[in-house]
Design a protein around this ligand. Sequence first.
Ligand code: PNS
Length: 170
Amino acid sequence: MCRGASPNLIMKTSVAIYPGSFDPVTNGHLDLIERGEKMFDRLIVAVLKNVEKEPLFSVTERVEMLRLVTKRWDSVEVDVFEGLLVDYARKRGAAVILRGIRAVSDYEYELQMALMNRKLEPRLETVFMLPGESYSYLSAKLVREIAKLGGPLAGLVPPLVEQRIRSKVS
Ligand code: PNS
């Protein structure tokens, strides 16, 4: 054995994907990105190019806002994906899917998705993280609803997103 080299030291580089709709990015998402950024070498925030009937923002707009609000973190990348998440993870060489769980009510859906993704790709692990408890009631769906009804959004989304929402719905 080489002197000074530890046989147990295995250097791993971890790439995680944080997938979602992000319509729009909220302070809860940002909180999770900040936590994930500390944990993984590279964090890819992946926006699903879905066919939702009435999105508030286009995928291009969502990506642009995400890039602006995550630009302080060098290891965070924002990308778009379509099709199966497991295929995208394979393509990007990611070993981890990161998801946030705010409350027990999220668990059932997240468990189902995580187990299905494991069935589709057993080498891919789903890691759940808890956002700060002050975001436990926050969702992009409620933000869209408040936005459409002209309610206050301060503290729920980054200021830049609040401005974009105001100019869109006014
Ligand atoms: O922010 P959301 O809408 O809760 O994110 C859901 C998302 C994008 C993670 C999920 O719908 C997804 O992974 N879609 C990609 C299609 C796919 O792989 N479906 C099978 C998942 S079990």
